[in-house]
Design a protein around this ligand. Structure first.
Ligand SMILES: *Cc1c(COP(=O)(O)O)cnc(C)c1O
Length: 389
């Protein structure tokens, strides 16, 4: 096992070694990271629901009633009435005929893509798609063509060249996780119809965040009924864990029978399902949470821009603050942390050379005071490093 040490020191040498930060409090706007109190500007807990009393009591009640584990996969002994209720609630929320819950968003993507495509098929995948989509494409053994980020013209040329395949799948993030920008869904729908392709949208960062009902990017663009496969996660704005796919009754029935990551894994424990169900109720009762989230994002973005920072996209609560140089980005994140703000620096290979950034996410639970303090830290750190005047 000598190779392990070698590989690890290789990573360290190339500045690619990853260390984990230790959280010592709930995912609230202020938390404790590596023993230090700071403002949390990097959680995907967009609506602050992980600490919501209704979710907590729903999870506790579920444990009291049904225990801590599910005991089996959905197709054997792990299918509680609660799982079915959650799937019905998701279908209602997404305005689709049906929905299926996977154990994670990651598993939803690999299970769905591998069930729908095989060697005879071709997949078109946006170059900035999430790793779980990339892995699903690889596992499927379908021919995978990566198209330039959001470039519809380039995608159409590639589609024109694709012939002799059984099925065509176009797959995209709804909101891109590192850039915070939106996929051009109306144009993708046109292409999918013109070229008879399946269209799959990953709404991990849009669920609970975008659309007048918070139902995601498809809801945001008014494209309900036009996109056959809507995937998302219950681990971000929903504040629990799990992934889902929403679509037609046939699609969901097919996935339950064919998606290996659904079939061969013990289902989520009742407490996790109950928390997700409670989150859907809380979101519907409290649209002001989503409004507050967007107001907070707007406030932080405009403050950063006024200071002279470059924001790469302004379409979602994911706020990528461009630094450019990779080392400077690491220093920026470190200065911010020293000043009591936790926001990670993102470098190549996660993002292209020269586009290193501090990736900020806001939550509905940030107060004006939290955001003002964060802005002051950005100003001080940015000036210290000569990123802003
Ligand atoms: C987080 C994320 C996933 C994975 O979801 P998990 O529930 O965390 O496994 C999939 N796709 C995108 C775009 C994501 O951001």
């Amino acid at each position: 096992m000598e190779f392990l040490k070698k590989e690890l020191s290789n990573l360290i040498q190339h500045n690619l070694y990853r260390r984990m930060n230790t959280m010592n409090d709930s995912q609230t706007s202020r938390t404790i990271v590596n023993g230090k109190k700071c403002i949390l500007l990097s959680s995907n807990n967009y609506l602050g629901l992980t600490g919501h009393p209704e979710l907590i009591s729903a999870a506790k009640d579920a444990i009291s009633l049904w225990g801590t584990g599910a005991g089996g996969s959905r197709l054997t002994t792990g299918n509680f009435r609660l799982h079915e209720e959650l799937e019905e609630a998701i279908a209602h929320f997404k305005n689709t005929e049906s929905a299926v819950v996977f154990n994670t968003g990651y598993m939803a993507n690999i299970g769905t893509i591998t069930a729908l495509t095989g060697k005879e098929d071709i997949i078109f995948s946006d170059e900035l798609n999430h790793a779980s989509i990339i892995d699903g494409c690889r596992l499927s053994r379908a021919k995978t063509v990566i198209y330039p980020h959001k470039k519809i013209g380039a995608l159409e040329k590639l589609l024109q060249q694709a012939s002799g395949y059984r099925r065509i799948l176009i797959v995209t993030d709804g909101v891109f996780s590192m850039d915070g920008d939106l996929a051009p869904l109306p144009r993708l729908v046109e292409l999918s119809e013109k070229y008879n392709a399946l269209l799959m949208v990953d709404d991990a960062h849009a669920t609970g965040v975008l659309g007048d009902r918070g139902a995601g990017s498809v809801n945001h663009f008014g494209l309900e009924g036009k996109i056959s496969i809507q995937m998302g996660t219950l681990s971000k704005a929903i504040g629990s864990a799990g992934g889902y796919v929403a679509g037609s009754r046939d699609l969901i029935d097919y996935l339950r029978n064919k998606a290996r990551s659904f079939i061969f894994s013990t289902s989520l424990p009742p407490s996790v399902i109950a928390a997700a169900l409670a989150a859907l109720r809380v979101m519907q009762k409290n649209p002001q949470l989503r409004e507050k989230l967007h107001l907070n994002a707007q406030y932080l973005r405009s403050g950063l821009k006024q200071m002279g920072f470059t924001i790469l996209a302004e379409e979602s609560p994911v706020i990528p603050v461009l630094i450019g140089d990779a080392d400077k980005t690491v220093q920026m994140a470190q200065h911010l942390f020293d000043l009591g703000v936790f926001a990670p620096g993102i470098r190549p290979p996660t993002v292209p050379q020269g586009t290193s950034r501090v990736r900020v996410t806001v939550m509905a639970t940030h107060t004006r005071d939290d955001l003002d303090q964060a802005l002051a830290a950005f100003e001080q750190a940015g000036q210290m490093l000569g990123i802003i005047q």
